[in-house]
Design a protein around this ligand. Sequence first.
Ligand code: BDR
Ligand code: CA
Length: 310
Amino acid sequence: MATSIIIDTDPGQDDAVALLLALGSPLDVVAITVVAGNVPLNLTVRNALVVCDVARRPEVPVYAGAGGPLEGALVTAEYVHGPTGLDGYELPDPTRQASVGFAPDRIVELVMSHPPGEITLCTLGPLTNVALALRQDPAIAGRLGGIVMMGGGFFEGGNTTPAAEFNIFVDPVAAAEVFRSGIDIVMMPLDVTHKVLSNSARVDAFKQLGNHAGEVVAGWIGFFDRFDREKYGTEGAPLHDPCVIAYLLEPDLFSGRYCNVEIETVSPLTKGMTVVDWWRVTDRPPNAHVMRDVDADGFFALLTRTVGLL
Ligand code: BDR
Ligand code: CA
């Protein structure tokens, strides 16, 4: 049976590519729940709907969720993703509106109405919706098959502050609650995602697919990668969020270690840091499968092949 997933996301070009990978794959996408992050909520919702249209999957419900973190003001990343969050390819307005319901409520209802372990939550943005769902009904922790998340960084440091990766930095309080929930977590930090870099050959491969989705993905990456090329001097951009979906489809592409992760929520210097006990120097119990390595060629082969099916 195909794995059933809920994707919680803040699209974002790399979120959008992750959505296409999921929608083109055998995974059963039960719902897309949307959170504010890369851009404000009205735009992330719009972008999620636009991506469903690109995938020709208008039946997948899209629910709007939290418009900002549990504490403090929303931090966005237009400097990476452009003013719409999805700059790089001109697309028509979505053909529908978001479905009725608040994303955290729908996460609770969906998880509790499916058999135990059946739904896996894929998180591609700040963890606000997930924390709100956990606050509403902590029983979802025992009912979920697990969470596969993009977030954090340890050997690689942060990308938003020297210590913090964007998704965790935007809502560290939510992240701390999720890491303490007891849910089985697979974490895709910057240490992995900075190894799946686009380059001209990989972007050309999307163009050469000859379908609309391939052209759109090439356009998005072509916009998104200018920021990372300038910042890191690399040939292209990290495709952070698609790592989450790729893990569900081909887990052997990734390797890591089961260890303890705690989230710094207070220090002005390191707020949003994922403190990973990689070397097991504490006796804090392991709570996350922290990935560190990836077969990048295998990842791009999977992604290109799947986008070619759309
Ligand atoms: C994460 O932050 C966002 O900008 C990306 O979509 C990704 O989820 C990378 O730090
Ligand atoms: Ca994201």
